[in-house]
Design a protein around this ligand. Structure first.
Ligand SMILES: Cc1cc2nc3c(=O)[nH]c(=O)nc-3n(C[C@H](O)[C@H](O)[C@H](O)COP(=O)(O)O)c2cc1C
Length: 370
């Protein structure tokens, strides 16, 4: 099978949003849960190094949690605080750089997507803007102003540490129904103070996080912000129903100091709003004037939902229409998830037109860190 007429546009260097990359391929952040007690070991470093060796332009790490007793929902998700975990990450950075790659951590707080009695501290309650789960059930008290200030500072500290230990950028996880997105979404944010209300009020927490991160890393360090309309419990959820709402939402985040937006969708070819072919990344780029990363089923014939809901894999698929959109300037960078999870050499195979060597993605790929 020929996967694409030409893949050259994917391999053009990128310069924008304070970041310079050798090509347009980004490894999407994917939780792997291979960091016992929150510490990424040499196997995690090797896993990322292999993607860098095989020509991924920018690696965004799996979600790695900020310093808070209720930030993680799994014992083996890496921490982004504490000497041991940060030393583990410094090794990851070193190995990726030795292989000629670039890397950003995705800093994360799960909010109320974490159940009670989970990690890192099993005594800590989950936190969220209104203490509501993603299905709207009360699970804890609404966050206090003091808690909000503490969490904002924890994001800023994580970003400062990312810069200090040599990462090339930082990505703030504002997507998929986790803490920041719980402030954005009216199902989980019922606050009546300045952190709630309309969509603008609901961006306030993210704006404070972005501003604090920017202040912590200085003017030149690239800050990427990932957001999504969909939530892990509701793939049809929408934060913005039309381009005007999206513009109001994004302009606040952009002004707060985002350099590059990462618009998370499940299928890159789907128009976001009626009357235009643009996908969410396309709209994001158009409305903010900032570089945008697209994502969703690149190189595979199934989407990530089918993995999470049915445990399904996927077969290699053409990327012709992706290349056409990239050529048209709809977006700047292309994130690849499952295809790169199952095959560290995916980018090299695309570049060298070795399409017959591309592998299917199977759920067994999750069972190893290869
Ligand atoms: C196993 C797995 C773990 C994931 N973990 C994260 C995560 O930690 N943070 C995040 O923003 N997205 C996460 N995602 C979503 C991916 O980043 C990506 O957006 C999604 O898989 C769609 O891309 P794909 O179709 O190329 O796989 C995860 C996806 C998978 C398959």
């Amino acid at each position: 099978m020929t996967l694409s007429k030409t893949t050259a546009p994917l391999f053009r260097p990128f310069e924008g949003g304070r970041l310079k990359l050798d090509n347009r391929i980004v490894m999407a952040p994917m939780t792997r849960s291979y960091s016992p007690n929150g510490v990424p070991g040499p196997d995690v470093a090797g896993y990322y190094r292999r993607r860098a060796e095989n020509g991924v332009g920018l690696i965004i790490t799996e979600g790695t949690v900020i310093n808070h007793p209720a930030s993680a929902a799994d014992h083996n998700v890496p921490h982004f605080y504490g000497e041991e975990a940060l030393e583990g990450w410094a090794r990851v950075v070193r190995e990726v750089h030795e292989a000629g790659g670039k890397i950003a951590p995705q800093i994360w707080h799960t909010g109320t997507a974490r159940e009670r009695k989970k990690f890192p501290d099993s005594n800590a309650d989950p936190i969220g803007p209104s203490g509501l789960s993603l299905t709207g059930e009360p699970v804890s008290e609404p966050m206090t102003a003091l808690e909000i200030r503490g969490i904002v500072q924890a994001y800023a500290q994580a970003a400062a540490d990312a810069k200090r230990i040599g990462f090339d950028a930082v990505e703030i996880h504002g997507a998929h129904g986790y803490l920041i997105d719980q402030f954005f979404w009216d199902v989980t944010n019922k606050r009546t103070d300045e952190y709630g209300g309309d969509l603008i009020g609901r961006t306030r927490f993210a704006v404070e996080v972005i501003e604090a991160v920017r202040a912590a890393v200085g003017p030149d360090f690239p800050v990427i912000f990932r957001y999504s309309q969909w939530k892990s419990v509701n793939y049809d959820a929408k934060l913005a129903a039309n381009p005007e709402e999206l513009e109001r939402f994004l302009s606040r985040l952009s002004a707060a100091g985002v350099d590059i937006f990462h618009a998370s969708t499940r299928r890159f070819w789907e128009p976001e709003f009626e009357g235009s072919d643009l996908n969410l990344a396309g709209w994001t780029r158009k409305l903010t004037g900032k570089p945008a990363i697209t994502v969703g089923s690149v190189g595979l014939d199934s989407d990530v939902t089918s993995l999470f809901t049915e445990g399904k894999g996927g077969q290699p698929a053409s990327i012709d229409s992706l290349i056409e959109r990239l050529e048209r300037g709809e977006f700047d960078l292309v994130a690849v998830g499952r295809a790169l999870l199952s095959d560290p050499a995916w980018a090299a195979k695309i570049r060298e037109d070795r399409s017959e060597e591309l592998k299917p993605f199977t759920r067994e790929a999750l069972a190893t860190l290869s």
